[in-house]
Design a protein around this ligand. Structure first.
Ligand code: SF4
Length: 238
């Protein structure tokens, strides 16, 4: 069983390597947008090890958990200064806070969307201008909306190709890769946080809940996306 799992992982890893190498060949400038979740540990390791042409970026919204900053430091130690961190625009953030308050996102869905837009979507959109493709770590089993995604699509919202190499990976396979390679990961995963975003908008999940149930838990399941995956939101809703 252990041997089968290892073989399966090796085959799956080789398929990702091939897909990403093909993306670099076909599109040239490719960037991986790391969520810093468990899936990101797998893709970061494959990219840093085998496809160094792909740049890696992650967004510091200013509201991340302390455990996430600790993870960033461990990633720096393992991979060097490989990941670019980007931030919201100070002026846009100041205007947002003046309009809706420091925690306005809790009180109305449109305020939550506005916060994600200023802290995540706009910095991402500015950064990817000039790239031909971006890589994401979404998986189909994470939610009903993500189950409908395809591995290679044209991202009309951001104007470049979107590549999702982990779509068919299970959580078990992600963790098998992390453990086999002894990768760093966010300590919150050991406290029942399968999906980790900003600190105020993420909580631990209960047994039986889906992996994204702790994200924006006060909203309907159809609305639980931040705007970086508009296809998923449209298909059922992030
Ligand atoms: Fe704002 Fe919460 Fe979205 Fe983070 S997850 S950008 S704090 S609404």
């Amino acid at each position: 069983m252990g041997q089968l799992l290892t073989f399966d992982l090796e085959a799956k890893t080789a398929a990702i390597r091939e897909l990403l190498t093909g993306c670099v060949r076909d599109y040239g400038r490719v960037v991986y947008a790391s969520s810093l979740g468990a899936e990101a540990m797998v893709l970061t390791d494959i990219i840093c090890t085998d496809v160094p042409e792909i740049e890696i970026v992650s967004i510091d919204t200013g509201r991340l958990h302390e455990e996430t900053y600790a993870l960033l430091e461990r990633l720096e130690r393992r991979y060097g200064n490989r990941m670019r961190i980007i931030y919201p625009d100070a002026g846009e953030l100041s205007t947002l806070i003046a309009a809706q308050g420091i925690n306005g996102f809790f009180h109305r869905p449109e305020r939550r969307a506005a916060c994600c837009h200023v802290r995540k979507v706009l910095p991402f959109r500015r950064f990817v201008a000039g790239y031909r493709a971006w890589v994401t770590g979404v998986r189909r089993e994470q939610s009903k909306s993500r189950a409908l995604l395809e591995p290679l699509t044209w991202d009309t919202e951001h104007g470049l190709y979107k590549v999702s190499p982990l779509l068919d990976w299970t959580a078990e396979q992600v963790w098998a890769y992390i453990r086999t390679r002894k990768l760093p990961y966010n300590a919150l995963h050991d406290r029942h946080y399968p999906s980790i975003g900003c600190a105020p908008c993420t909580r631990a999940v209960q047994a039986g809940e889906d992996s994204r149930a702790g994200r924006w838990w006060w909203e309907s399941a159809e609305a639980r996306e931040c705007g970086l995956h508009p296809g998923a939101r449209t298909a059922a809703a992030r």
